[in-house]
Design a binder for this molecule. Structure first.
Ligand code: S3P
Length: 433
């Protein structure tokens, strides 16, 4: 499906972003690992997280849709059933990286995982390597790709330093650690989203943080609360926030949005560029403490002029899915904006360094790829043109935001890719015009 996005005169009103994708995946997987039923309210109804519900059902969990939310009856930590056909994760990178952590320790069972063409292009070594060190048996296509099989095996705790900050890899190891013999310590080069840690604390798991070292202790069972409420997704909200920053005269209130500090890097970077964004961001947790609750806030956004900035490697994991938006906003500032230390972007749903640079240049901007990021020379405006999402949901939404802020509008080809994380994106934006 294609959409022609005309420049907006201004954007005004309130918006509630869809439920958080990362937390939805984790809540469903952990509920499937628990013994007692868990009610998940405000679960994200989007392609990626529906794949997770399918997957946990294939593993033996029961998913019941109720008016108030999803009731998931898990199989317990050590009882995932071998499905009779491969688990198809669709486009969900988080699912294909987290699930093997749980499955690797299911002794006596085996599993096949596969996904769409984009998933098959994304290497799984980052999770396969630490899992193998723990004793996992993983057999991947050409050593690194889906489809791959996981054969349950006895696992042993490890002391592992992540080569690159990644919440997906950290979470995968943390799930395997629950089933391992002895504790597992994961060292993060930089902090990344901490939703798994928060949920594991809620599930009664012994888990310690000392600086950049996270230690997860094995357990016999997860005792999650009866109900888990998913907050709105900061990454989805960022697309509307960027649009309101860029379209002159705009004023937007994003209600009840997650402002977990490991997810609000975009807001911090945008503010540094001069954006007027007001939140009651909670302070960072105390050293050594892993908070349980996900902080939320209303986010009040007013359009205004922007200046260039440099995004450093430490900030990248805190805004990793929003970096394309920083690139777009940089076109509207005057001067050079750099994104550094973001080589991970090449391994997302598409090579997002190439994709962002192509989109911005095709629309009349001036952007250049570097080995681990991109540089944008902003001229204060963007002409417009055509964007092809190439099936990447965040590139589709980037094209829509660009269209709203452009001089001549943008045709977004394959705009329906947005349904992977934000099915009502076009309707929500239309309601603000
Ligand atoms: C995610 C972590 C990030 C992010 C992805 C979701 C998660 O990936 O890009 O969209 O839910 O843990 P990495 O942690 O691999 O960078």
């Amino acid at each position: 499906m294609n959409a022609l996005i005309e420049p907006a005169e201004r954007l005004k009103g309130k918006l509630t972003a869809p439920a958080d994708k990362s937390i939805s995946h984790r809540a469903a997987i952990l509920a499937a690992m628990a013994d007692e039923p868990v009610l998940i309210t405000n679960y994200l109804e989007a392609a990626d997280t529906l794949s997770t519900l399918e997957a946990v059902q294939q593993l033996g969990a029961l998913v019941e849709r109720r008016a108030e939310g999803l009731m998931i009856r898990g199989v317990g930590l050590r009882n995932a059933q071998s499905p009779d056909k491969p688990i198809d994760v669709g486009n969900a990178g988080t699912l294909i990286r987290l699930l093997p952590g749980w499955l690797a320790g299911q002794q006596g069972s085996s599993f096949e995982l596969d996904g769409d063409a984009s998933i098959r292009r994304r290497p799984i070594d980052r999770v396969a390597e630490p899992l193998r060190l723990m004793g996992a048996r993983i057999d991947a296509t050409d050593e690194s790709f889906a489809p791959f099989s996981v054969e349950g095996a006895p696992l042993t705790g490890i002391d592992y330093r992540l080569p690159v900050a990644s919440a997906q890899v950290k979470s995968c190891i943390a799930l395997a650690a629950l089933l391992a013999e002895g504790p597992t310590t994961i060292t993060e080069p930089d902090p990344s989203r901490d939703h798994t840690e928060r949920l594991l604390v809620q599930a009664g798991v012994k888990i310690e943080r000392e600086g950049d070292r996270l230690t997860v202790f094995p357990t016999d069972e997860l005792t999650l609360p009866d109900e888990i409420m998913i907050p709105s997704d900061a990454s989805s909200a960022a697309f509307a926030i960027a649009a309101a920053v860029l379209v002159p005269g705009s004023r937007l209130l994003v209600e009840n949005c997650s402002v977990n500090w490991t997810r609000s890097g975009f807001i911090e970077i945008a503010k540094r560029m001069g954006a007027v964004i007001v939140t009651d961001l909670e302070s960072r947790p105390k050293e050594g403490v892993i908070p349980q609750d996900e902080p939320v806030s209303d986010v009040d956004v007013t359009a205004g002029p922007l200046k260039p900035t440099t995004v450093t490697a430490t900030e990248v994991p805190l805004a990793v899915d929003e970096l394309p938006l920083i690139g777009l906003m940089a076109c509207f500032a005057e001067g050079e904006t750099r994104v550094e230390g973001a080589g991970e972007l090449r391994l997302k749903e598409s090579d997002r360094i190439s994709a962002v640079v192509k989109v911005l240049n095709d629309l009349g901007g001036e952007a250049e790829a570097t080995a681990d990021g991109f540089v944008v020379n902003g001229h204060g405006f963007l002409r417009g043109g055509t964007v092809d999402s190439e099936g990447d949901h965040r590139i589709a939404m980037l094209g829509v935001v660009a269209g709203l802020a452009s001089r001549e509008g943008v045709e977004v080809r394959g705009v329906d890719a947005a349904a992977v994380s934000y099915p009502s994106f076009l309707d929500d934006i239309a309601a603000l015009r």
